[in-house]
Design a protein around this ligand. Structure first.
Ligand code: NCC
Length: 419
């Protein structure tokens, strides 16, 4: 009989230092994210943007920052997914079509991966469909395998749900309680609940997978915090998952700071980039009222908003928009100007948010504590940011980014309140 032991994300387990753990261990533990191109419900689900980040990006970020893996892989049959995986620092296993079908199981794809990778002793199969994973979870699970000697560990979540048997015509005409006594219904606080596999990850030693199992041998579960337990299964889950990751997801090693300054590129962010020119050479720009509202909301919450452009935009036209923002035009080097503003306001980069869409924005996007690009921004800008808006430039991207900033600021403030 396989032994099952518990671990919990809320238990106080000694967490090893991030850097160097993977190198120090002789066991080759590989993270493996399965991301086939043909998903049934949501097209290309595995790279669809969830809160501005491609779905696989959320778990790849956690896997990389955990520092416990000797190698991090995405197994895919799709060029676009390969590109995104590499952008997030993963290696790519191009899998065969046999293990990419609707009927192929995760185990099929994992077995194929191992056939090509003799060096791997343990596979940590992390499912992209559970994007609220944190590095601390992976660090604890790696310890359970490496130090506590488990052959397999998988994630579970505790639920307080009463189960009832199914009524089947001609077989069973009535229902029966499965895990409760209706005469003595326990209150939530009087009942430990039950553990459910939540599909976030499955770690298993090669020797076990060779026998055709992901769960077996000396086996343990890892209990995840309920708020981190998100399983995207159907389309309807997507907006819910989006709210969850914004609140509880992992945003990288750097602690977030309150935003004090938002710098926004004019052409292609505040505006669509279209300019109407009259016979006498006058420019007419248009902007989205939603974006003006976004700017005013930010200002109301004490965020200074400034506009920047490489082009010699008409200051008269910009001031006619009545946005109440300081503006700098004909800028040769945007980074120099933002540095100047940052110093003038006595801010660190983490307190600066930046919305840009072009090559000239890349340095600022990389340095800012929070950055975003409109959906129709150039690929270099998209690569440099951690939030790709759903809205296009001049079509609500500022308003959308403002909401994102507010949510993250809520996260900063609630973290500050913890004892
Ligand atoms: C390890 C395992 O058995 N995983 C299965 C899980 C697991 O049982 C549940 O999540 C538990 O809550 O269920 C399935 O989960 P699902 O189909 O959503 O797959 C989870 C993630 O893995 C990718 N995948 C899966 C199989 C495969 N051959 N190639 C892949 O790339 C998907 O693209 C997706 O990102 C299911 O719902 O049918 C199928 C999965 O195979």
């Amino acid at each position: 009989m396989a032994a099952a032991v518990r671990a919990s994300s809320s238990s106080t387990v000694a967490v090893p230092q991030h850097s160097g753990d993977a190198e120090r261990s002789s066991t080759h533990m590989a993270a493996l994210i399965l991301a086939r191109g043909g998903s049934k419900g949501i097209p290309l689900k595995n790279i669809k943007l969830l809160a501005g980040v491609p779905l696989i990006g959320w778990v790849l970020r956690a896997a990389l920052d955990s520092g416990v893996f000797q190698s991090i892989w995405v197994s895919t049959d799709h060029d676009e997914i390969e590109k995104v995986a590499k952008q997030f620092g993963a290696q790519v296993h191009r899998r065969s079509s046999e293990v990419s079908k609707d009927s192929s199981t995760s185990l099929d794809a994992i077995v194929e991966f191992l056939q090509y990778h003799d060096e791997v002793d343990v596979v940590g199969n992390i499912q992209a469909t559970s994007p609220c994973l944190h590095p601390t979870d992976l660090i604890r699970v790696a310890k359970m395998i490496r130090e506590d000697g488990f052959d397999s560990v998988f994630s579970v979540v505790r639920r307080h749900q009463f189960r009832w048997s199914e009524i089947k015509k001609g077989v069973c005409d009535v229902t029966k309680p499965q895990n409760l006594n209706p005469a003595k219904r326990p209150r939530r606080q009087d009942w430990d609940g039950e553990l459910y596999e939540n599909g976030s990850f499955y770690f298993a030693k090669r020797s076990l997978i060779d026998k055709g199992y992901l769960q077996g041998g000396k086996m343990a579960y890892y209990e995840m915090r309920a708020e981190h337990s998100v399983d995207i299964d159907v389309d309807i889950d997507w907006p819910i998952a989006e709210q969850r990751v914004l609140r509880f997801g992992y945003f990288g090693k750097e602690a977030l700071k309150e935003v004090k300054l938002l710098v926004c590129t004019i052409d292609g962010c505040l505006t669509t980039g279209h300019i109407y020119v009259s016979e006498d050479g006058k420019e007419v720009l248009s902007y989205d009222v939603r974006d003006a509202v976004g700017i005013h909301l930010l200002q109301k919450r004490g965020v200074e908003v400034r506009l920047i452009s490489e082009r010699d935009c008409s200051l008269k036209t910009l001031s006619a928009m009545k946005l109440g923002c300081a503006v700098e035009v004909s800028v040769a080097n945007k980074l120099h100007i933002v540095e100047k503003w940052r110093k003038e306001l006595n801010l660190c980069w983490k307190e600066v948010a930046y919305l840009g869409n072009e090559e000239s924005d890349v340095e600022c996007l990389k340095k800012a504590g929070m950055s975003a690009v409109p959906a129709d921004s150039c690929p270099a800008a998209q690569k440099a940011t951690n939030y790709i808006c759903k809205c296009n430039g001049g079509r609500g991207a500022i308003r959308e980014f403002a909401e994102h900033i507010f949510l993250l600021m809520e996260k900063v403030n609630s973290a500050g309140k913890k004892p």
